[in-house]
Write a protein that binds this ligand. Structure first.
Ligand code: GTP
Ligand code: MG
Length: 230
């Protein structure tokens, strides 16, 4: 268990379970950020110990891990979002349904830090709170200092001092600090970090939320087509 963390049972989703309660608890982390910053690579390293060199743009993917903490079953949902294809309703749904936020930028792309700034503002507005578990990840630190467009000190000072959020420098490629990202987000969420190797991992490439969203869009399109025909 991490220093300062508390038992999972009493903290998850506002439930009032004791730590030895065997009922399921669920916690959702969403990973957001501009296209190509390494969101999928971070999740893939964390859950599957795998780094993919080729770039495949994500639409939306839900990953699940199940963990046991002192007899309490925790389902950890990790939602991988689209940098490029993201549209407002999808982003709003992802924010509304998530408990904690990992916002990723790439150290060689300053505009991706601006994207994180905007996402953070949107999350705080939509959650109507300044106290949202959130970690900002500076990814691709392996590219070297000469390719960095945003220095560590500047970014860390903005994130930690001005914003009061967690900051992690990472490289999905070299598996540097990837576990640290999830440790930090779980620490902020007061969930003990004790991920055992015996976790059951499931990957769901078409999450229910996305399917529902697609259906809604189709219904909307059908309605607007009907209206234009009447
Ligand atoms: N050098 C380096 N390359 C990385 C790192 N992480 C990811 N990449 C590469 O960057 C590209 C994009 O990575 P993805 O994980 O697909 O990026 P993404 O943020 O999920 O992109 P979208 O799904 O389009 O939003 C891929 O070619 C990865 O191999 C890293 O830490 N270092
Ligand atoms: Mg992706």
């Amino acid at each position: 268990m991490l220093p300062g963390s508390q038992s999972v049972g009493a903290q998850l989703c506002g439930s009032e379970k004791s730590p030895n309660d065997n009922r399921k608890s669920r916690f959702r982390i969403v990973v957001m950020g501009a296209a190509g910053v390494g969101k999928s690579a971070i999740i893939s390293q964390f859950l599957y110990d795998h780094f993919q060199i080729e770039y495949n743009e994500t639409i939306e993917e839900l990953h699940q891990g199940e963990y046991d903490f002192d007899g309490t079953r925790l389902t950890l949902d990790i939602l991988d979002t689209a940098g490029a294809y993201s549209f407002p309703a999808m982003r709003e749904l992802a924010i509304a349904t998530s408990d904690a936020f990992v916002l990723v930028y790439s150290v060689d792309d300053e505009s991706s830090f601006e994207a994180v700034t905007k996402l953070r503002e949107q999350i705080l507005t939509e959650k109507n709170s300044n106290d949202v578990p959130m970690v900002i990840v500076a990814n691709k630190t392996d590219v070297g200092d000469d390719k960095r467009s945003l220095g560590r000190e500047t970014a860390e000072s903005i994130v930690c001092v001005d914003w009061g959020n967690g900051y992690v420098e990472a490289s999905a490629k070299n598996n540097v600090n990837i576990v640290g990202i999830f440790k930090e987000i779980l620490r902020q969420s007061k969930i003990p970090y004790a991920l055992s190797p015996a976790v059951r991992r499931r990957r769901q490439s078409t999450p229910a939320a996305f399917t529902q969203m697609k259906k809604k869009i189709q219904v909307k399109q059908t309605r607007s087509q009907r209206q234009s025909c009447s």
